[in-house]
Structure formats: structure tokens, C-alpha cells
Design a protein around this ligand. Sequence first.
Ligand code: ARG
Length: 547
Amino acid sequence: MYKLSDLINKLEKILTNKNLSETISLRISISENYDFQINNLVKHQNHQDIKEITESFSEVINDEPYIKNFEITEKYFINLEIDVDKFINDSRNFKQAIKDKDSKTIILDYGGPNIGKPLHVGHLRSLNLGRSLYQINKAAGHNVLSDIHMGDWGMPIAQIIGFIDHKNLDIEKVEIDDLEKIYPESSALYSANNDFKEIAQSINKELNQNKENVLKKWKKIKDISIDSLKQTLKILNHDFDSWMGESDVNHLIPKMINKLKKNKKISLDNGAYVSNLNSDPKILITKSDGSYLYLTTDLATVLNRIELNKFDKTLYIVDKRQKLHFEQLFKSIDYFDFGNEDYEHIAFGTINDSNGNPFRTRDGDTKKLIDLFEEASTYIKKININLDKKTNQLLSNTVLTFSDLITNRMTDYKFDLDKFTSINGKTGIYVQYAQVRAKKLIKNSDIEMKKLTVDISKIDDSDLNLIRGFMKFENYFNQAINNSEPHHLADYLYEISNLFNSMYQNVNILDNQNKVVKNNKLIISQYFIEYSEFLMDLLGLEPVEQM
Ligand code: ARG
């Protein structure tokens, strides 16, 4: 909680003076009477100066204007109660409070589609997590750059070109639907037929030699793919700052390899280049036939990004099954002295069907994202047939996003549209409905928002619970950004939506005879709208206006 960061700094200083350097972590209290808890002293209860430390802590906490009441228990748990009055009438700037003084430039590498293939369910988590982490880091004041990093080079493309030649298809007439069929067929033929394999391999060589007629075909395939990708991404409300891909760095690889060779960082081993870094398994930099690997391209991409962007950190939001790849990439960046930038693999688990198997279509293919979107849209129509097209689209995206993000990213989960479109439970529909209700309430009232303050002497428990809910925002934001885990914010959005609904259902607000009570509730509702809309923005959701 950044409003309390002064307090935290002072407490940390007290510990440092006693040679106990550690970060004080402010946790959400589990006790009903308190809002936050600090457990740092518990493990020091036998420290010789614990009395003195506790006294200094008490003094500092006493002086903190946002704390109304606190206790330090026998076991040295510290419980804090926030001054609700001060908090609620002083919390207009909650978006400002999360700004990081140390603004960084962060590249988010996510999406990662391969040309020739449509976006499918396997891309959903990367897209959702990537967009949300982008929003979260931006809200903290960082410079963010999203890069879709397309798989647009190498063997799979050579196979497609080979297949088109082999079947005498007119590439000028090939459309995205054809391409989506050609991709799996060409890769099956590659495995089954040696002649075709040789053809594809020689096309791949020509591609790497930039032979004009092959490049022309490659360009055509890439254009068709990107058109279709952009269309789908637009419907799903995704946008990328950079549309670079593997093909953009291919030309940098020979120079990179030469330099690594010169610096004795790699050696030849049966025709393949292997890193001299001692590691198990050995890190392969090129294949034995001299062709490049996934790792080779990612290394060159790093060099290219350093050259182009000057960044502090790159987050790779990619399936957890690629763990080894990223470990090898990060070790190599370090060993090859590419720079002091930070790199992190933001891994995630699999989406399964209701039987717990990887999500597929009835024919056994991976399900296309656009089809999943259509299914969600049909479900939404069942809830309310009268919704306009735009609202239906926003809600369908909410369904595809919220249930995905509320799951801890490392956990595999079952995709269940029945459950995800329910108006009850931890769903995107539920949180959308709560904010629509709040907006309607404000619209039907004649309240003037700017002048009013909450009169704390007239609030009831349901108001208090919601206000206390607001106080947790910074804490959850902190967890989300520090661990790259949007689920804290999704959970939190559900929590305050739930608290709002309790308040809303508790008394009739608009017809309330008591003007103070009515105003209080309307102002708190307005706060709720602001928190809810901001949280949605952080999760990559767009609030609807009606439902
Ligand atoms: N195209 C890759 C795949 O389909 C994902 C790319 C992830 N990003 C990266 N820089 N390696 O597996």
C-alpha cells in the first residue's frame, strides 16, 4: 500500500538500525477488526532488543495519520486499522498512488503466432496475460512496448511453399482458409515423404539465401496471414506496438555466430555450434547442417531489440512447456555478454476441455480463437437477446478474458463456457453487471459528485465493508505487478463487485428518506465505478454501458 509507504520506510529503518535488513510486507488482515497486518516481528520475538524495537514501532505507527488504531500482539503480530474517514475522503488519487518513481522501459513479448496458422486456444493465455501486464506496467508509469514476435521464417514456411508448388496451386489465389488447411497437410507430408522433405529443405535453404522467387512466395503467405491475424485480434480487442518476427532478425545471425566464434563462446561439435558454457543439457546454437534453431533466432532478436529500443527488461509471456528454452536463452544472454538488461519468462499452464484434455475441436484440431469467440457470443445472446452487437462483443471478450485471468497463471484450468457466462459466481459477467448497476444508479440520481464527501458517522456495515475493500487496491496491485500475476486484480475486482452488490441490495438507495445516507451510498457507488473501471482497464476488459 503506497499510501503507507512512508510508514513502511520508517519501520524498515528501525530494523536496519538493529542490523535486521528486511522488507516489511503489509498483508491484508484476516481479522474482522483490522485492515492490514505486519508479521515481520514474529520471527524476531527472541531478539535481545525486541522491547526497544516494539516501542519504536509503536511510536512510528502512532504518528501515521492513516492509521486509526493498532495493536501489537503477544506474539508480535501487528494489526492495523485504517482511518476510513480520512481514506475515503482522500482517495480520489488512487491511480496516482501506484506510480513507480523509477520508470523503466519494458518489452512484452507475447502472442507469438506462427504465420500460416490461425490464432487458436493455445494463444489465449499469452494474449490475455500479455495485454493485462502491459496495462498494469503502464499504469505504474513504465514505458511499455508490446511485440507480437511472429513465427514467420524457416522450415514450416518452406513446407507450405513446397506444398503449394507440389500441388501446383496458384499462390495468387491462395486464401487464408486454404492456408490453414495447407499448414497441417504440408507438415504431415514432410514427415511421411522423403522426396517432399528434400524439396522443403532446399526451399528453406533458398529462403535463407533470400532467393527472389521464394521470398516473393513467402511475402505473399505472410501478407495473407497478417491480414487474418489483424482481423481476429481486432475483434478480440488486442493491439501490438511492434509486428516484428523471426524473419526480421535472420540476417543478423551470421554476424552473431561469427562474433561468438571469435570470442570463443561457441565451438563446433559434429557440425553444430554448441555453447562453451558448461550446462546440462548442452546448449545448441545451430544444428549440425548449419541451420538455425528457435534459440538462435531468439538470441538475435535480443541483440536487435537492444539495438533498436534501449530497454530495461523483457517479459516473455509464453507457455510453461518452453521453460527450458527460456532458461537456455537467459543463461546464454548472460554468458555471451549481450548486456545487463533483465529477462523473465512469464510462464502459464494449459487450457483444458471439460474432461481435462487439451482443448480441441471435434475433429481433433486445436480450436480457433475466433470460433471460441463466436461460441461465447452465442451464449451471451442466450442471456439477453436484445443486446446490441457492440455490447455482445464486449461481453464475449469479457468472458474469454476474465475467467482466464482469475486463474493463477501457472495452473491448468478447464474451459467451461456454461460456468464462465454465469451471472453468479466469479465471472466476467458478474463484474460487468455490478458496474452497470452502479452506473444506472448514479444516472437515475440527481447527485452532484464533485462537492460531496462521505459522512462517516452515518455509514452502515455494508458501506464500511466496501470502503475497506477499496483500501486493499494498492496492496493487490503491488502483488500483481511484482509477480506478474493479474489474477490478484481479477479476484479483487470480483471482491469489490460483490461488496457493492451487498450494499446495493441492503437498502433502497434512490428512495431513501435520509438524505445523508442516500448521498453516502451514491458517493461510495461512484467510487466503486471508478475502481471497477480502472481494474477492468488493468485486466484488458472494456466496461459495457448496459446489460
Ligand atoms: N512462435 C512461438 C511458438 O509458437 C512463440 C514465440 C514466443 N516468443 C519468443 N520470443 N520465443 O511457440
